[in-house]
Design a protein around this ligand. Structure first.
Ligand code: C2E
Ligand code: CA
Ligand code: CA
Length: 396
């Protein structure tokens, strides 16, 4: 367990006691309790870096949980907050969205009486998402040396056709190797590239390696599509379509084989430039995918105007429990919406057969997730694809 210090803020003393005991039993080193919002907040403000987890009741007299979260946002609190509430789902979702806007990470909601297994699941999700070794962003110089020393590299995760369970394409996922050779996920890398205004360079450092890998795959008789993550930050360069087209053409890769995945959250800037770039990418043959769908605020009208071919439903909805009505409705409505707009539906983050079955019955045509394949290096991908080709031809 990596919780150093947690605080439970609730006007209900019994809840505070139970929460304290549960957090300690789950490995928290220190737990404090506060019986009103103002007291909790003042302890957090006195030492914002001390706490990594806050359990906060929404309904409290005087200063309620919403006030506490807003004020925490102003403090620059970097830990995570779990909401304790029995309010209607729509209220919890509103608080969730507000928290995101003020920069506070909400882990999820706990109901009363406190269920320890629910709390445990939240803490596990916190640990999975928490940046570990590399809290500090890389300086521009560090990022440049990482790129020059080939320590920014592509991993590949297969996307499978539901129809025949064959790999239709692979998604490129950035990885960062530190100086000791340890491999890290892309969170810190992306945040550093964003802050240092090096997202464009970072993307093209990956693309160079991808085209080299692609030619190795072709020599091994592998012919698949590619999916690249493109930060919405790149959608302000009008020359992007030409640069991409030229690079792939030079490498002998047909643009129609390449899907550009653009995350939904920052896509909201709905400008002439963005529409221009997206339209020209499509005209050149690239496929466009809207990533993490359901987490941002794309309206139906925007979805109609953006020329997307594919919609990737965010993993949080795919992995939500079958009993979660909001997640189920989101998956089903997104799939129906996509079908109406002639878009392919992708379910990502599929970890179990049950999630797979639910995604397929909602209308997903493409599946991606640990259940079928994890992200891997190029050499491993070649082995994976050759093995799966062998087993399908043996089965035939
Ligand atoms: P994403 O595009 O939504 O990619 C899916 C993420 O979920 C990947 O995390 C992948 O490793 C993970 N994942 C896939 N299947 C499962 C599953 O079954 N269970 C779980 N728990 N996770 C699964 P990763 O590689 O850490 O990437 C995180 C995000 O970073 C990506 O989310 C994407 O938005 C961004 N990203 C990665 N590479 C690039 C890049 O080259 N450029 C840009 N702009 N963004 C990138
Ligand atoms: Ca993606
Ligand atoms: Ca996604």
């Amino acid at each position: 367990m990596e919780i150093k210090a947690a605080i439970a803020i609730d006007d209900d003393p019994i809840f505070c006691l139970v929460a304290e005991e549960a957090l300690l039993s789950l490995g928290a080193k220190e737990v404090q309790t506060a019986q009103n919002g103002a007291e909790g907040l003042s302890r957090l403000q006195a030492d914002p870096d001390k706490f990594d987890l806050v359990l906060c009741d929404l309904q409290m007299p005087n200063m309620d949980g919403v006030d506490v979260i807003r004020a925490l946002g102003r403090t620059g609190f970097k830990g995570a907050v779990a909401i304790v509430s029995s309010e209607h789902g729509s209220v919890r979702r509103a608080v969730h969205a507000m928290a995101q806007m003020v920069g506070i990470r909400i882990l999820g909601t706990l109901s009363k009486p406190l269920d320890t297994s629910q709390l445990k699941a939240l803490i596990l999700s916190y640990e999975a998402a928490a940046p570990r070794v590399q809290d500090a962003l890389m300086s521009p110089h560090e990022l440049v040396s990482a790129m020059m020393e080939c320590r920014v590299l592509p991993y590949y995760q297969p996307k499978f056709n539901v129809r025949d369970r064959k790999v239709s394409s692979v998604e490129v996922l950035a990885r960062h190797k530190d100086k000791t050779g340890q491999l890290h996920g892309p969170a810190n890398l992306l945040a550093s590239a964003e802050r240092n205004k090096q997202m464009f360079e970072m993307t093209f450092v990956l693309i160079e390696q991808v085209v080299a890998d692609y030619s190795r795959w072709r020599k091994a008789g592998i012919d698949i599509g590619l999916a690249l993550n493109i930060s919405p930050l790149l959608l302000n360069r009008l020359e992007l379509p030409d640069i991409l087209l030229n690079r792939f053409a030079e490498a002998g890769i047909d643009a129609r084989k390449v899907t550009l995945e653009i995350t939904e959250d920052k896509l909201l800037s709905f400008s002439a430039d963005v529409l221009d770039i997206l339209a020209r990418l499509r005209i050149h043959g690239f496929r466009l995918s809207i990533d993490d769908f359901g987490t941002g605020a794309t309206s139906f009208e925007q979805l109609q105007r953006f020329p997307f071919n594919e919609l990737k439903i965010d993993q949080s909805f795919i992995r939500a429990p079958a009993s979660d009505p909001f997640a189920r409705t989101t998956v089903e409505t997104s799939a129906r919406l996509a079908a109406m707009l002639d878009m392919t539906v992708v379910a990502e983050g599929v970890e179990t057969e049950d999630q797979l079955a639910r995604a397929v019955s909602a209308g997903a045509a493409i599946i991606q997730g640990y259940l079928l394949a994890k992200p891997m290096a190029s050499a491993e991908l070649i082995r994976f694809l050759t093995e799966s080709k062998k087993s399908t031809s043996e089965a035939a």
